[in-house]
Design a protein around this ligand. Structure first.
Ligand code: ADP
Ligand code: MG
Length: 145
């Protein structure tokens, strides 16, 4: 099912992320397309809150993956940024299969760089900018069964 949201501020995008985050289950994969500064990391911050995570979400651009494992009574969130990764081989090299099996939620920015590693039932989110500076169109294609 495809849903389209129009937001006019980072807070609104975050809230949209919270709504989705509160519906996620262990093993769900959420992948993002959209340019630098579109709001992918902002949205993942909302997902984290919606799942019950309290740590602040920051961009994993330089670390490739940030792991949110606290509190322990909720599924962990694994937040990937594939900006610097050019093929899915690199993703498997950092343990993608293990992350998928661990029973967390995986959120993947720049998923277009690792397309062939993305499961078929992933939730696909595209964020586009404009017309105003703070306007965003967030398209959520939820392919969970
Ligand atoms: P990305 O991860 O896609 O590179 P970020 O979430 O890191 O993007 O940054 C988005 C930037 O755009 C932030 O500086 C944020 O304040 C700004 N912004 C402005 N309007 C919005 C909006 N409607 N939704 C999300 N971010 C917005
Ligand atoms: Mg980002």
């Amino acid at each position: 099912m495809k849903r389209i949201f129009h937001t006019g501020s980072p807070e609104e995008s975050r809230k949209t992320g919270i709504l989705l985050g509160s519906t996620l289950h262990p093993g769900d994969v959420v992948v993002f397309t959209g340019d630098l500064g579109a709001g992918k990391t902002t949205f993942v911050g909302g997902i984290a809150s919606g799942m019950g995570h309290t740590d602040r979400v920051t961009s994993p651009t330089f670390t490739i993956v940030n792991e949110y494992r606290e509190p322990e009574n909720i599924p962990p969130l694994f937040h990937f940024d594939m900006y610097r990764i050019s093929s899915s081989e690199d993703l498997y090299a950092i343990g993608w299969d293990d992350y998928l099996r661990e029973g967390g939620v995986c959120a993947v920015e720049w998923s277009e760089n690792v397309e062939d590693a993305i499961p078929e039932d992933a939730i696909i989110i595209d964020i586009t900018c404009g017309p105003g500076d703070d306007d965003r169109t967030i398209t959520i294609d939820d392919r969970r069964g």
